[in-house]
Design a protein around this ligand. Sequence first.
Ligand code: ZN
Length: 310
Amino acid sequence: MLTEIRGLHHVTAMAGEVRASNAFFTRTLGLRRVKTTVNFDAPEVYHLYYGDAAGTPGTVMTHFPFPDIGPGRRGTGEAGTTVLAVPEGTLSWWEAHLSAAGVAGIDRDRRFGDARLRFAGPDGEGLALAEAPGDPRPGWAGGGVPADSAIRGLRGVALRLADVAPMAELLRLMGYAEAGREGAVTRFRRAGGNGADTIDLERAPGERPAVQGRGSVHHIAFSVRDRAAQDRVRRALIAAGLGVTPPVDRDYFWAVYFRTPGGVLFEVATDGPGFARDEDPAHLGEALKLPRRHEHLRARLEAHLPPITA
Ligand code: ZN
């Protein structure tokens, strides 16, 4: 069993119109946009990162906004719900806040003892806020949400799968342990992790496979401290029969990717060098940052990409 993985690093989704989704994540959810860059493999598309003040691994959601993409179809083989941690006793504040922001379909539930508020994001993405008592992470109070209610970071994701067993085996290899079962849901946790330490497996045999589109999670990334830890994880995954890419330089972290049994794309990302590597920590996300190899496209991209005002 691996001990290097500390929980999630980030969750990456495909968005639609950039201004609506940016306003929702920065003002309504109150996250900080910590980096404004482009998709390294398709630089005509933004890659936006949202998180706490520094974009600490385990607090980060990222978006590829494709203005003309069709809606995703929910189903198996994807991360159907991204769960964010909020302080204990704040769900009523959040329910009123989301209602006032025009969020429809808000639903309260309880899973493994966690009080939760489920709702859809502006692109139909499945989101939930879960009260996380004792979560020591500070969150970000510079957005639209007061400090005592602010999102602390990711808590985890729920994966919808036709067959849970191969994913359960993989999570055990990655250092997670089963923490309980409720109906068709099995919870896995990374003990002593970074707070973004919960993966729920939702068994949905017979359900159609998901089709990626607007509102779909593209991949989920797990956090490791450094490249040596990433290399140990990569070798163990390859020894277990998974096809893992070589490390890729993403400027703010190094990433390896692999397709899991059941279809969900996983990444393992290093905690460094982080989002302050090319920007003053007081001004993260304010300027368009381009990867070095795309810097020569700056004039064309600045003319093409829609301005983000918030
Ligand atoms: Zn990623």
